[in-house]
Design a protein around this ligand. Structure first.
Ligand SMILES: [Fe+2]
Ligand SMILES: [Fe+2]
Length: 238
């Protein structure tokens, strides 16, 4: 994991209101949170998302995606169990199922490409730094903010993987990422962005949510072990 990049200038707290203990109104916070997320995502480097090399194989990207999907499913399950709010619990339940389905889809695609994924357990080298960070978040506002960042990264990464597959002449894998997995990730992102303002009501919660979003983006280069060495994609494709 490389040294974290500095946090972007905050649209959420332009006048230091959090330091003064003044919370933004929910709608204002939601808009500012989204603006900051979009701006921060624009600064994420493509090599941090998909570290491809001349000899990178599409199967490397698919294998890296397996770990991302199982971790995304598991963290959503951890949060779901602890959640009281029914709308949030059901949203997380959907995400648990979606990410597990993505895992199956990537595994099926590997088989279609002649590679048996069953012999490799993507959990064998342990959980990623991102997973451990997300698991340690204690409040719904932090979890939703981090989830929005993770899903935003996923959308960027999946678009890059799809372009890589197209360039290699594998339109079927590109279609899988764009047309099958892509809409689910868009839903996860929109759900997290929509819900975060419901929970980030105090100045402290808003600041903690912002920090969770920034920190999750800083962990973007948290590659599954060995993925970068093989030229594979890394981090969340949830
Ligand atoms: Fe996913
Ligand atoms: Fe997702």
């Amino acid at each position: 994991m490389r040294e974290p990049k500095g946090p972007p200038e905050s649209a959420l707290d332009p006048e230091g209101s959090a330091a003064r203990g003044t919370a933004l109104p929910p709608a204002e916070f939601a808009e500012a949170f989204n603006d900051e997320l979009v701006r921060a995502l624009a600064h994420v480097g493509h090599p941090d998302l998909v570290a491809t090399r001349e000899d990178t194989q599409i199967q490397d990207l698919l294998f890296a995606g397996l770990k991302d999907e199982i971790e995304a499913s598991e963290i959503a399950a951890v949060w779901m169990v602890a959640e009281v709010d029914l709308e949030l619990k059901l949203g997380l339940a959907r995400q648990v199922g979606d990410e597990a389905r993505h895992y199956r889809l990537l595994a099926d695609r590997l088989r279609q490409l002649g590679v048996e994924p069953g012999g490799v357990d993507p959990r064998a080298r342990g959980y990623s730094h991102t997973f451990r960070y997300l698991k340690g978040l204690q409040t719904a506002a932090e979890r939703l903010a981090a989830n929005a960042a993770r899903e935003g990264l996923a959308r960027l990464r999946n678009a890059l993987v799809a372009s890589f597959c197209d360039a290699r002449g594998d339109g079927e894998t590109a279609r899988l990422y764009r047309d099958v997995i892509g809409p689910d990730e868009a839903w996860h992102l929109d759900f997290a962005r929509r819900m975060v303002a419901r929970y980030a009501l105090t100045a402290e919660d808003q600041e903690r949510a912002r920090h969770a979003m920034v920190r999750t983006l800083q962990l973007v280069d948290d590659l599954p072990e060995g993925a970068r060495a093989k030229g594979g994609a890394a981090g969340p494709t949830p």
